[in-house]
Write a protein that binds this ligand. Sequence first.
Ligand code: ADP
Length: 586
Amino acid sequence: MLHKLKSIRWKIISLYLMLLIITLVFSGYLLQDSLKNYFSHWLDRQLVGEMKLLVGIIKPLVKAENRPVLDKMINKYGKQLETRITIVDDSGKVLADSREDPTEMDNHLYRPEIQEALRRRGIGKEIRHSATLDIDMRYVALPIESNKQVLGIIRFAISLDKLNRFYYGIWKVLLQTGVIAFIISIILSFKFSSQITNPIGEMTSAVQRIANGFLDQKLVIRTEDEIGRLAQMFNHMVKKLKNKMQQISSEKSKVEAIVTSIGDGIIATNEHGEIILINLTIEELFAVKEEEMLGKSVIQMTRSYKLDELINKALIKGESLTEEIELLLPEERIFRVRLALIEREEQAAGVVVSLRDITDIKQLEQMRKDFVSNVSHELKTPLTSIKGYVETLMESELESGTYNSFLKVINDEAERLEHLINDILDLSKIESSDSLLKENVDMVEVVNGIIPVVEPKAQRKNIILNLDVPAKLPIIKGNKDQLSRLMINLVDNAIKYTPSGGKVEVRSYSEDNNIVIEVEDNGIGIPQEDISRIFERFYRVNKARSRKLGGTGLGLSIVKHIVEQHQGIIEVESELEKGTKFIVRL
Ligand code: ADP
């Protein structure tokens, strides 16, 4: 209600009404005043006229002091004129009265109107409460003269009630007009204020709808005045706003699409380091939701002091940074972090942090470095030895036995080199061949096919080689040469790391649509702590022993790659001094 009373409409209406009431009251008073004046003058003149007329009639009776006739006459005229008429003589004694018995009335000489009439020799007037009649009366007196001599006084008295009734009538009319004017002005002011307030109301609700995101607002322009122009400008503004918003939202969705789809993690903060945006990658990385993280600090989300420190540094120094940091997620990963400053009016308004996971790159880089140093090392050893023997051969004359043994050593080392280089080349070939040659491979054929290669080695070491292969196995898709290589490497290792008199068993069977190959020996076994590393390049449990046995440390690397190329898995079970079992599932 209070809110309503404060509205423009009510202000206008109350202004109208106030003006109206003031006008009515003022004009009522002025009118009453002037009417009162005019009316009492008119009444006086009327009374005086009537009195003068009556004086002419009654003068002889007063002169003759014929009181009974005078009284009768006064009574008659008093009734006719609806006025109380009193006649007094020059001493103030009442001679006749149209309402009362003159004999019972006081001497009237000192009544003010009579005094005034005597003094002025003319009209005397007074308004007074009549004790006799108990009402306010207007008294008008006039001397009755004959030959310049006052015979008596005639006095008319009329009740003021009459006058008041007349004024009351005026006020009644005024009030009636006032009420009508009141109603008319309420209607008019309502209409007029509506013309102002309705468009304002429409604008207000349009603005409200805009604030709620509904930009399709258009005001109807009804007038050509200031309000109409305001509505026009409003429509113009809304149109511009809509264009701008569309522009912004399309820009925003573009940026959002880029930020979301980007593989790098993106975090944006404000100048206080509070998160204002994170992308999908960050959500997945830290297992959080953007809504939950907004307004929080980066350290709350990442638990990384280092990252927090970098953000603060960028904000304080006002410069962009690039660094590598480690994050626990929960396993350790390495990220390249770039911090770009968001600047507003040449002040840091926030930071955009992009996180790129470079763990794999780092690992590959390390692997490459290790590989190069390993290869160089592996190549250097036999070459040094070859060089040493050749130099000795050249410098001294040796007997043929020693000579031959030297040549044998050189030949062995050269063979080892060849072996090593072949293994490296094989490994690189297997690694780089993305599209594996897919042919139908019968594993029975493959396993039987390696017998001629491994059998002599087993015999040489007096090792029993047992093959347990069914007559038929499901045909698989793959590369036959590579699968032969896999089998040879595994069986070769089993023979190598099993002492003479030992036993190597090769089994193959199908299980759940897979082909399982097992190569089991009862050899030296692998220490538990080394099992996880034997598939690494150049990794050997015992380097000297492996070298002596002609190993390169690449055999199991090649095996693992081949298994992976065939989407298989390889497992190892081993116990020191008891034996080792490799299980391949294809
Ligand atoms: P290497 O050429 O030295 O044999 P591999 O990559 O084939 O290299 O094997 C890596 C290491 O794993 C070997 O040096 C050896 O210590 C261990 N190893 C592999 N096969 C066996 C096995 N059947 N029994 C015991 N140790 C083995």
